[in-house]
Design a protein around this ligand. Sequence first.
Ligand code: MN
Length: 235
Amino acid sequence: MTASADFCFPPPIPVGIPVQGTSSLFPVHRVYCVGRNYVEHAKEMGFTGREPPFFFLKPADAVVPVAEGATGRIPYPSLTHNLHHEVELVVAIGKGGRNIAAVDALAHVFGYAVGLDMTRRDLQGEMKKQGRPWCIGKAFDASAPIGPICQANQVPNIAQARIQLQVNGVVKQTSHISQLIWNISETIEHLSAAWELQPGDLIFTGTPEGVDAVGRGDTLVAQVDGLVTLTLQIA
Ligand code: MN
């Protein structure tokens, strides 16, 4: 398959995320997400302990890049009455591979960004109860707003950074990346055992405690120390 192939209609252009301090865009390939990766969030969802990490995906075109200093806007999604925020550190993969050992994992990281794993919690809960896939709760349109990517060498202290989310000026989620059950390297090891990672993959690493509902008109400010702040309004 080449760019000059005779497609029956123009293929979609990948979503591009601004790379801080450059004029280039990071082309999104896949969006992986880790479930329940902070102890206190696992507890608030009714679980305890260090279970093996598990993963779900969002469509690459669910990513909504938000530029530095801008306020991104996503529509309140259909079918839900309980749209939740989940602030997350996002790892951007620059070098692919399979069966990547944790000790080698950081060499595969291009950079980091702040993301929101927006969740239709009522639909997710209903699917869980029925033992069905979560897609309708997690993988809907515009469900993955994300700020600019900072290159890894510019955020050497990411593993100790504070992560926080404010809604309308009130702190709703706050923790530290050091509280991840499975750290960045371990997450890459587990993920790359199940899928071959590719340049352009994103990994939403999980959310700390304090997830809650947001409504139309709410403004979310998501921060991880050292990264560009993500500001989002629900339209
Ligand atoms: Mn999440």
